[in-house]
Design a protein around this ligand. Structure first.
Ligand code: FAQ
Length: 306
């Protein structure tokens, strides 16, 4: 009966074993996973736009090939994650509708503009760096299809992070104008990157429940701290300044102290009021509508074959 099923579910999670699509699971667990994995998939798909804009303007064939590969990986991650969401009983067409109708979220970070090529490097370094920090622990998330998807995704994100850092290293060895471009991009992306980890723990309605279900393995603040600790030495090596006067090593805590992100800005961007929200969703809607004939042709082809 239900009590027995629930106990079995809880034992499975407690033992760090995986819940699989055909297993019984509480409704709330299913709903939370659909919300998080769909939001994650939407982020990968919308996340192609800020850098994708630079593919035709990359400064060399080598940079173009790298960027093209990275943006294609993001499409792959999105599709992979939509497939993982479908194992929970939702339909991908419905998820796309939810995205373009604004019923489901995607990461705040992709609502900022990319006015210079240094943004491509900084997105790789900071945004993919933050994504890795968040996603490596998700390889141990309790839902099997999501955990397995994260293994492959993280391998590709490591390449993304490296290409970004290498791009910035190259620019830092260049002219003073190039160094200024890098510093300017770092100034614009640092705080939004910290916001990717979500609201502070005290203000995060989903964390406690998701931690108990082992969907999340660390809290938002734990991961944010880990990201700062990882990134400060990389900034020093690169020769850029992180735009936070409160940033300093705390020998007692053995972590970096850092300033408070602008949480009002995060709320505004999440609820649609960021600089590029309207443009990103509109672009996605247009791409979806322009692709209607492909979906219709695929359905007609499948019907004829059967
Ligand atoms: N943006 O209670 P919590 C990438 C929402 S990486 C927008 O703390 P939760 C790779 C949250 O959904 C980016 N919304 O929520 C790439 C909730 O809303 P709801 C994608 C945010 O779920 C790199 C509400 O606020 N990565 O794409 C944000 O426990 C470069 C309350 O928050 C993932 O999605 C935000 N920053 O923790 C691609 C990772 N923060 O639905 C291209 C998986 C919070 O209740 C280029 N997701 N919200 O109305 C997670 O780990 C979690 O979902 C968190 C949020 C940590 C994002």
């Amino acid at each position: 009966d239900d009590q027995e099923l629930l106990e079995h579910f809880e034992r499975t999670v407690q033992r760090d074993q995986r819940i699989e699509p055909r297993d019984w699971m509480p409704d709330g667990y299913r709903k939370t996973l659909i919300r998080q994995i769909a939001q994650h998939a939407h982020s990968e798909i919308i996340g192609m736009q800020p850098e994708g804009a630079w593919i035709t303007r990359a400064p060399s064939l080598r940079r173009k090939a790298i960027l093209l590969a990275k943006v294609q990986d993001e499409a792959g991650h999105g599709l992979y994650l939509y497939a993982a969401t479908e194992t929970l009983g939702v339909d991908r067409a419905e998820l796309t509708e939810n995205l373009i109708e604004g019923r489901q979220k995607y990461s705040s970070i992709f609502n900022y503009p990319t006015p210079s090529f240094a943004d491509v490097g900084v997105i790789g370094w900071l945004v993919d760096g933050a994504a890795i920090c968040n996603q490596v622990p998700l390889c141990r998330t309790s839902y099997g299809p999501y955990a397995r998807a994260m293994i492959r995704v993280c391998k590709e994100e490591s390449f993304h992070q490296r290409q970004g850092y290498e791009l910035l290293m190259t620019m830092m060895r260049g002219s003073s104008e190039q160094r200024d471009m890098v510093q300017d991009a770092v100034n614009r992306w640092w705080w939004p990157s910290l916001m990717m980890f979500g609201p502070p723990d005290g203000d995060s309605p989903n964390t406690a429940r998701s931690m108990a279900w082992r969907i999340k393995r660390h809290t938002n603040d734990e991961l944010r701290q880990k990201f700062v600790d990882m990134t400060v030495p990389q900034a020093e090596k690169l020769g850029v300044t992180l735009p936070d006067p409160e940033l300093r090593w705390n020998a007692e805590r053995e972590h970096y102290d850092f300033g408070e992100p602008d949480w009002a800005e995060l709320k505004r961007v999440i609820s649609g009021g960021g600089e590029c929200n309207a443009e990103r969703v509109e672009h996605r809607r247009r791409a979806h509508e322009d692709g209607a004939w492909v979906r219709e042709a695929a359905v007609a082809h499948a019907a004829r074959r059967s």
